[in-house]
Design a protein around this ligand. Structure first.
Ligand SMILES: Nc1ncnc2c1ncn2[C@@H]1O[C@H](COP(=O)(O)OP(=O)(O)O)[C@@H](O)[C@H]1O
Ligand SMILES: [Mg+2]
Length: 320
C-alpha cells in the first residue's frame, strides 16, 4: 500500500519534535530540551519533545513539548500577581515569545517533601543543600515547612551542584537584595502552586525556579511548575503509601529516573535504551498533569516538525 491509500485517520501520528533544525542563517541555541532563537529584546523558545534525565538528553516523548509549554504558560498567567514573568505570548502550541533576560546563575529549588535526591542525601547522612533536617524522617515525609535548596547552574554536560545561601552570597553569584526577593518569590510561588495542585487532587512535592534580571528587575523565566521541573504526586493515595513505605504514584520525570536507576544508569556512561512502553507511559503522565492542573482536555495543536519550522520561519520573516 502506498501513502496515498492510507486514510487520514490512519496516517502515522506525529512522533514528536526532536529538534527545530532551522536553516543555517538562523542563529539559535539548543538547550537540553528547548531550542532558543535570540531576537532583539526577546527570545523564541520552542519546547521540543526531547526528554532529559540526570542532565542527559535520552529520547523523544510525543506531545511532551506542547504539553509542558502550554502548562508553563498557564502557570505564568496564574502567578503574574506574585512576580513579573518573561512571557510575552504563545505563538504556537509549543513555542513562546518571551523577554530576553540575564539568567541568574542558580537554580532555585523549593521542596515541601523529603524525596528524590534530597531523600538520597538525607539517607546517606548528608545535609540537604546545606540544610540540616531533623532526624527520624521517613522517605516522602512532608517537611515541617518548605525549604529552599539552591544549586549552581552548570554548563552543558556538567552536573548542577548544591550550594548554600551563604556560599552563593559569598561567591557573589547573586546580590543580597536580589536574593532576598528570590527567596520571597520562590516561597510564595510554591505556596500558590501547592494550593492549586491540591484543588486538582495533586501534591506539588518540589520544584525548580529560574530567575533573570531585566533592567535590574527580577523576572521569573524558564518554565513553571511543569512535571519536568517539578514533582507531582496523587494526593488521595499519599498517606497510605507513605505508611506502607512504598513509592508514591507520580506524574513526573522521577518515574523515568527510577527506571534508569533500576537499569544501572545514574548519569554517567552509556544510557540503556528506553523501551517504548515507558515512553508512552511518560507521555500519558505528562498529559494527565496538564489536564488535571489546567482543568481542560488536551487537544494537540502540533501536526509535524515541518509545520513548526514553517510557522517559526514565517514569524521571523514578518519580524516578530
Ligand atoms: N527569558 C529568558 N531569558 C534568557 N534565558 C532564558 C529565559 N528563559 C529561559 N532561559 C534559558 O533557556 C534555557 C532553556 O532551555 P533548556 O532546554 O531548559 O536548557 P538547559 O539545558 O540549559 O536546561 C535555559 O538555559 C534557561 O536558563
Ligand atoms: Mg532547563
Amino acid at each position: 500500500m502506498n501513502n496515498e491509500q492510507i486514510p487520514a485517520d490512519e496516517a502515522v501520528p506525529f512522533a514528536g519534535l526532536e529538534a527545530l533544525d532551522l536553516p543555517k542563517h538562523v542563529k539559535y541555541h539548543r538547550g537540553k530540551v528547548r531550542d532558543l532563537i535570540p531576537l532583539d529584546h526577546t527570545l523564541l523558545i520552542t519546547c521540543s519533545d526531547r526528554v532529559s534525565a540526570f542532565d542527559r538528553v535520552l529520547d523523544v516523548v510525543p506531545d511532551k513539548g506542547e504539553l509542558l509549554s502550554r502548562l508553563s504558560s498557564f502557570w505564568f498567567r496564574q502567578t503574574a500577581d506574585i512576580i513579573e514573568n518573561h512571557l510575552v505570548r504563545e505563538v504556537t502550541g509549543r513555542t513562546v515569545l518571551v523577554r530576553h533576560c540575564t539568567p541568574l546563575p542558580v537554580e532555585v529549588v523549593v521542596r515541601g517533601y523529603l524525596s528524590g535526591s534530597a531523600w538520597r542525601d538525607y539517607q546517606a547522612g548528608r545535609p540537604v543543600s546545606g540544610v540540616v533536617l531533623p532526624s527520624g524522617l521517613r522517605m516522602n515525609d512532608r517537611l515541617p515547612e518548605p525549604i529552599l535548596t539552591p544549586s549552581t547552574k552548570e554548563q552543558q554536560g556538567g552536573h548542577d551542584r548544591p550550594i548554600g545561601r551563604d556560599e552563593l552570597l559569598a561567591a557573589g553569584l547573586v546580590a543580597p537584595q536580589i536574593w532576598e526577593q528570590v527567596e520571597r518569590a520562590a516561597l510564595s510561588l510554591f505556596e500558590r502552586g501547592s494550593a492549586h495542585a491540591a484543588g486538582a487532587g495533586l501534591i506539588l512535592v518540589d520544584t525548580k525556579y529560574e530567575f533573570g534580571l531585566l533592567d535590574e528587575r527580577l523576572v521569573l523565566i524558564d518554565e513553571l511548575h511543569t512535571p519536568d521541573s517539578s514533582r507531582y504526586w496523587y494526593a488521595d493515595t499519599y498517606e497510605q503509601l507513605l505508611y506502607a513505605g512504598e513509592r508514591q504514584r507520580m506524574l513526573d520525570k522521577e518515574y523515568l529516573r527510577q527506571w534508569l536507576m533500576e537499569h544501572g544508569f545514574r548519569g554517567d556512561g552509556k544510557a540503556p535504551p528506553i523501551p517504548p512502553e515507558i515512553i508512552t507511559e511518560l507521555s500519558s503522565r505528562y498529559r494527565t498533569a496538564f489536564e488535571r492542573l489546567t482543568g481542560t482536555e488536551f487537544r494537540p495543536k502540533a501536526t509535524s516538525s515541518e509545520a513548526e519550522r514553517t510557522a517559526i520561519l514565517s514569524l521571523l520573516d514578518e519580524g516578530v
